[in-house]
Structure formats: structure tokens, C-alpha cells
Design a protein around this ligand. Structure first.
Ligand code: UD1
Length: 419
């Protein structure tokens, strides 16, 4: 257990380099299972979710090792098709292993996966899609058991463009006998990166317009080297940290084109933003303006940035309105922000935030990854000392966040939290 101790009131300034994307690396790691030859993931972030996925792969008989920031995975010797029940609890991405295991071996068993406590995260779309591919699915005793080689030869229409379901079904369909078309797939950049990876590995996938992905069946993968795309959520968190402290930060390696909805919202809040080949630079306002935004699937405003921008709204001049349409529990940090003097009311999926002139430091608890990041940002701007308890959840999605913020001029340190 760890806590972060932050002395607020320091404007952030300088440069920071974005890491590889958590949500990019996890499906690529799962895809290594489908390929079954050595895969090297360059620029892979060292996050607890990534380490956990590595342990899951090892448990299935893969070789997994780090060489600097490159993660090498060889699933050639994978021998087990079942994940032990104890292993999958911590991250939801264990469900990603269903598709690759089925695509390669025609059988898979995973325990019901865990993840952040941010609402109901069912797997119905994953399982419906697998059934449409010709897989027999059995659920019971905390496990999902799947049997049969994916047949393909179908069009699968997703009722909602779920990121995980799209990635899982893409990987299963790569191992199918015939072509598969996914209708209404997720459009997140991490899905495209997975497609680039799988195409480079020898499979054949392409987008047909924005609402269909065609996956050729009968393919076989070969080993490859791939660079994980930059983390748009980590980059967005640094930019919002600059915004909330009225600072100026260049996030090197950030890809502005992956962050359009967020950057537009930050501009509406009064930030000046420059997007160049080098990265994205933000200059924060003296005080943010009131804003309105709704989270949406990509290219809409990302739910993974809602909490951080919520924190920014607590200091805005005027009343902001935030609608969360993706995960119902994502307003959990509001209660902690109130302890810091924020004035916010939650009604179902909508939050009304009356901006206050200043937040004050307090003892708060990070309950989920992005909510925890929001509390850190609030602490950076607050008067006095903020202590963020349970801060180890941040290492699920941020590599050395405290060190990076310190490098930008924040006064922040990590301490062990006594139980
Ligand atoms: C991924 C990201 C997560 C991000 C989310 C939305 C990874 C590892 N995680 O999560 O950081 O917040 O996308 O951008 O990439 N749903 C169903 N049935 C299903 C699947 C999903 O109803 O079978 C619902 C969920 O409850 C949720 C919505 O669809 O309301 C979005 O979920 P989804 O896009 O699947 O998110 P994840 O892939 O879990």
C-alpha cells in the first residue's frame, strides 16, 4: 500500500515523454498467444496490469521477459488452455485471452475477470460474438469455458462498440476457417494498432468505412517486432495536470489526432494547445472556464479522461455539466473531491459542478485508476497538503506518475502507507 503526499500550488512546466499505451499493450500481449512465435513489443509500459497479464501468459506456458522497455513473449510452448481461478481477478483483460486461445487451439477457459470498480462490466457482447463464430460457451462456477474452432463466415453486429469485445472477436476471427465481418466495431486507436500488428503478423484485416471490419479466415501468424502506440490517456492526464495548475507542459510523443475530443474540451476550458510532430503542448488558463461534455466511444470524449477533467471543472469559473454514458460508477471520486472543498452534485449519469476559487488539501482515497489520477491533479492545484491513500492503484495505468510530475515541478512524494 502506498500514499502520495502532494503540496499544492506549484505550476507545472517543462517536458515529459509519454509511455506506450496500457490499453494498446494488453491486447497485443494477448495476441502473442494467437501467433505462437516470438513477439517483441517495443515501448511497452511497465505497469502492474502489464505485469499481471505477463503472469497470466506465463501461467499458460509462454516465455515472457523484459529487455529494457521491450517485452518479449514467446507463446510457442503454450501448453495450458485454462487460467487458474486465482489469477484473473485483478484485470479485465484476462477476457482478451479467450479470443486468441480459441483462434489458436479451439478451446479456452478463463475465470470471470476483474478490473477497476467502475460499474457493471459484463461480457455478454464478447460471448454473443463468440457464439456467432460457432463456439460453444458454458458459464458456471465463476468460469467461462469455450469449445470449438471459430468457423467464421458470418457478420457479427455489436449492439455497442465495445473495445474489449471488438479486440477479442478480431483475434478469434483471425483463427477462423472463413471470413468474418464485424459491424459497429470500436474505433479506438488501440483497435487500429492491434489490426496493424495482426496484419504485420500475416493475418489480413481491414476497416470497410467506419462501421465494419473484415477479417480474413484461414490465416496463420508469424513472429514480429511492433512498437506500442503512445498512451493518449497518460498524455491527457499530463495535459490536464498542466491545465489545472495554470502551467505549460509539452507532452513529447503524444499524438494530437488521437485526442481531438479531449483537446477540444480543454480548449473550451480556456487552455491554449499546440499540436506538432513533436507532441502536444498545453498552456493552462489563470482559471478554467465552465464546460460541458459527455463521454462517448471514440472518437468522442474518452471515459478514461472524465475524472481528471472533472477535477479541472471543480476550479472553473461557472458551473460545468458532465455526462458519463460509458461506465456508471465513474463519479466515485466526487465524494473525495468534496472533502477538498469541491461543490458537485451527482444525479444518475450527470454531474453538476459549481467551480470554487480554491480547493484545500485533504486526506483522500483513490478507489480506481483514473479517479485516483483526478485526486492527484486536484492535489496539485489545492492549497496545502493532500494525501492520496491507496495510491498503488495508479501503477495499473501510470509508470512512475509521481516522478514524472516531480520532473515538471510538482511537490509530490510517495510513502508507504501503514495498514
Ligand atoms: C476498455 C479500456 C478501458 C476503457 C473502455 C472504454 C482496455 C484494457 N480497457 O475497456 O480503459 O475505459 O475500453 O473506452 O482497453 N459492455 C457490455 N457488454 C460487453 C462489453 C461491454 O455491456 O460484453 C459495456 C460496458 O459495461 C461499458 C461499455 O460497454 O458500459 C464499454 O465497455 P468496453 O468498451 O467493452 O470497455 P473495456 O473493453 O472493458
Amino acid at each position: 500500500m502506498a500514499k502520495l503526499i502532494i503540496e499544492g500550488g506549484h505550476r507545472l512546466s517543462g517536458q515529459v515523454t509519454v509511455h506506450g499505451a496500457k490499453n494498446g499493450a494488453l491486447p497485443l500481449m494477448a495476441a502473442a498467444m494467437l501467433i505462437g512465435e516470438p513477439v517483441q513489443l517495443l515501448n511497452c509500459p511497465r505497469l502492474s496490469d502489464v505485469e499481471h497479464m505477463g503472469r497470466l501468459l506465463k501461467g499458460l506456458g509462454c516465455l515472457v521477459q523484459w529487455q529494457g522497455d521491450t517485452l518479449c513473449i514467446d507463446a510457442g510452448g503454450a501448453s495450458s488452455l485454462a487460467l487458474p481461478k486465482s489469477s484473473a481477478g485483478a484485470i479485465r483483460s484476462s477476457a482478451f485471452l479467450l479470443g486468441p486461445l480459441l483462434g489458436r487451439f479451439g478451446a479456452a477457459e478463463v475465470p470471470y475477470p476483474g478490473g477497476c470498480n467502475i460499474g457493471d462490466r459484463p461480457l455478454d457482447l464478447h460471448l454473443k460474438g463468440l457464439k456467432a463464430l460457432g463456439i460453444r460457451v458454458e458459464e458456471g462456477s465463476g468460469c467461462i469455458r469455450c469449445y470449438g474452432r471459430p468457423k467464421g463466415g458470418v457478420e457479427i453486429s455489436l449492439e455497442y462498440p465495445s473495445v474489449g469485445a471488438t479486440e477479442n472477436l478480431i483475434m478469434a476471427a483471425c483463427g477462423a476457417e472463413a471470413d468474418t465481418v464485424l459491424v459497429n466495431p470500436a474505433r479506438e486507436p488501440e483497435v487500429d494498432d492491434l489490426m496493424v500488428f495482426l496484419n504485420a503478423a500475416g493475418f489480413a484485416l481491414r476497416r470497410e468505412g467506419s462501421s465494419r471490419i473484415r477479417i480474413r479466415g484461414g490465416g496463420k501468424g508469424r513472429g514480429l517486432l511492433h512498437r506500442v502506440l503512445p498512451d493518449r490517456i497518460e498524455a491527457g492526464t499530463f495535459l490536464t495536470a498542466a491545465a489545472i495548475t495554470g502551467g505549460k507542459v509539452l507532452v513529447r510523443g503524444a499524438r494530437g489526432e488521437h485526442m481531438s475530443a479531449l483537446l477540444q474540451t480543454l480548449r473550451e476550458a480556456g487552455c491554449r494547445i499546440r499540436t506538432t510532430a513533436e507532441g502536444v503542448e498545453l498552456t493552462g488558463p489563470e482559471r478554467p472556464k465552465e464546460i460541458r461534455f459527455s463521454t462517448m466511444p471514440y472518437p468522442g470524449f474518452p471515459t478514461d479522461m472524465q475524472s481528471q477533467v472533472f477535477a479541472l471543472c471543480t476550479l472553473a469559473k461557472g458551473t460545468s455539466l458532465v455526462e458519463e454514458t460509458v461506465f456508471e460508477n465513474r463519479f466515485a471520486p466526487a465524494a473525495e473531491l468534496r472533502r477538498m472543498g469541491a461543490d458537485c452534485r451527482i444525479r444518475g449519469r450527470t454531474a453538476l459542478i459549481r467551480g470554487v476559487k480554491a480547493l484545500r488539501g485533504a486526506e483522500v482515497t483513490a478507489r480506481d485508476l483514473r479517479g485516483g489520477a483526478a485526486l492527484v491533479l486536484a492535489g496539485l492545484a489545492a492549497q496545502g497538503i493532500t494525501e492520496v491513500y491507496n495510491a498503488q492503484v495508479l501503477s495499473r495505468g501510470y509508470e512512475n506518475l509521481a516522478a514524472a510530475l516531480k520532473g515538471l515541478g510538482a511537490s509530490i512524494r510517495k510513502e508507504d502507507q501503514s495498514p
